[in-house]
Design a protein around this ligand. Sequence first.
Ligand SMILES: [Zn+2]
Length: 300
Amino acid sequence: VRDQAGEESDWLVRSAEDEEALRQQIRKLGHEILAIEPYDFQEWLDRAAGEACKAVEARQRGDKIEFRSALWAELKQYLFFQFHGKCAYCESQCLHVTYGDVEHYRPKRQVSEAPDHPGYWWLAYVPTNLLPCCERCNRHRGKMNHFPVHDNAWARCPESLPEERPLLLHPGHDDPQGHFEWVPPLDPEAPISVVRGISEEGKTSIEIYNLNRGELPTIRGAALLQLQRDLGLAVANGTAGALYQKILSGETAYSAALAAEIESLLEELTGRWSRARSEDRPPSRMPPPIRDARSSAEKR
Ligand SMILES: [Zn+2]
């Protein structure tokens, strides 16, 4: 692809539909497509299997594993494309200001919460364990090598993974609804929207991913305020369906918070409507039917 500054780069992407859908998706991002070529993913998997074998050998010798980060970095563009250019954890659009990181959901090195756990080194090159994320979510006070699990029962080999119950939500598999609750912004001048955990997994994920850090609640709150305005316009213009689709597709920043906001607004509306309908009104306060009113005027 070539961007608006004329810089050319190779993108590894995948379209669920056909080539035309893929072209449209990339065009929407402002890039010009120079060529589309098929990619042999098996070739990457073979190289990953080779590196995984080296890791096993290093473990058997008692040596420190030398990970080949260039291998998972090759999938970075692909991972970000799958997440619509957003950080998998905080849902911020970040690629216009940073290169982004490829993060291991289950840490490849020693787990912070379990000093005697050597890390999930055997998952270092498994694509489903890789996530695209911003530097703030990955480094310093972010996810790092944290991986708390229920009952401190960490899997120590691939066979025991199915029994492990992580306390961190996986952005690609777990629905945050039912775990997170976003407080809607009250002050348009400082539109703060804090996220709160309503399950153990939600609370732990918010703390470890640091989802109320710095300016994040204000940026998220501004997106929620914008949604409230957009929703009013969309209902008036008859384009609410398209707006819902855009949010459900995940392409909008903070779409999980936006989807929850739409659901709570609709719930409030239907609740108010039902309450209004069920109220008993005295018959005298009902306006007279139009036909009756006209006929009485004609009589006069
Ligand atoms: Zn982030």
